[in-house]
Design a protein around this ligand. Structure first.
Ligand SMILES: Nc1ncnc2c1ncn2[C@@H]1O[C@H](COP(=O)(O)OP(=O)(O)OP(=O)(O)O)[C@@H](O)[C@H]1O
Length: 261
């Protein structure tokens, strides 16, 4: 039986046929003689979990900074949700950033603020996105509920375990209902069981909110479970791309080096 394209549900479409939400073309960035990005390319599709792996110092943070407009590339094209990041002014960048959730390495909660205040922080920063919202509490509660921590609203970060802090940071990343989430080493510093719980939460959040995720990780187990596609950043380029299974069965030494424990 022949199925018409429009009969295929959006989330059943193969990744490559989904809409591109981030497009990086031919990105170059050097610091003096240190040529960090040498023509890097990357596409993130709507609803996709894309893992980028690269060894320490390979330029992952530089790439993310260029992506959110914190750093200007030497050359190349970066489009996020259809907007040309390199040419946007501050105000336009802020509007784009309100649609991006960040889970920073090590959670990065403000120690002097309660869980509630930590979650309210991005809401205050991006007031324009929530112009009609008078009461922040339903947002805070819903985000905390998504990570199973609604009872921690009035606690201080010091009263939480490492895994709970990471969950609160995840709740903060989704509070503005972003279209894209950047995860920077989401499982670093966690024991394997807690790391697994965080990965499960990332999956459930993607299902619930339909977000697209860009995940920077060194954690091979995390990459295996979460990625639909992977890009290996080596020598400043997207050296290899494919599913976990495709890359792990590669015969290329530089590719295999990522999967050796
Ligand atoms: N502002 C800067 N000025 C000069 N050099 C920089 C700057 N930012 C980054 N670099 C250099 O760019 C290279 C890539 O750094 P980057 O932080 O992107 O690596 P990374 O892949 O994120 O590493 P890690 O996994 O350790 O966080 C490094 O050699 C770093 O010294």
């Amino acid at each position: 039986m022949k199925i018409k394209e429009e009969e295929i549900m959006e989330d059943e479409k193969p990744v490559a046929s989904k809409k591109v939400i981030i497009d990086i073309q031919d990105l170059y960035k050097s610091f003096g003689d240190n040529h960090v990005l040498n023509g890097f390319n990357m596409q993130l599709h709507e609803g996709e979990n894309l893992v980028v792996m690269g060894k320490s110092g390979s330029g992952k943070s530089v790439m993310i900074k260029c992506l959110v407009g914190l750093m200007k590339p030497d050359s190349g094209h970066i489009s996020v949700m259809g907007k040309d990041i390199v040419t946007l002014d501050q105000e336009a960048l802020d509007i784009i950033r309100a649609d991006i959730g960040f889970l920073f390495q090590g959670s990065a909660l403000y120690d002097s603020m309660t869980v509630r205040e930590n979650l309210e922080f991005p809401m205050r920063r991006h007031k324009e996105k929530l112009a009609n919202v008078k009461d922040t509490e339903p947002f805070v509660l819903e985000a905390l509920r998504s990570v199973g921590l609604e009872h921690t609203m009035e606690l201080m970060p010091a009263e939480l375990s490492g895994g709970m802090k990471r969950r609160v940071a995840l709740a903060r990343a989704i509070i503005l209902r972003p279209k894209i989430i950047f995860y920077d080493e989401p499982t670093s510093g966690l024991d394997p069981i807690t790391a697994k719980e965080i990965i499960e939460l990332m999956r459930s959040i993607q299902k619930k909110y339909g977000t697209s995720s860009l995940i920077i990780t060194h954690d091979v187990d995390c990459a295996r479970v979460i990625s639909e596609r992977m890009i290996l950043l080596v020598d400043g380029i997207n050296y290899a791309e494919g599913t976990f299974e495709e890359l792990v069965s590669s015969t290329d030494e530089k590719v295999l080096a990522f999967f050796k424990k």
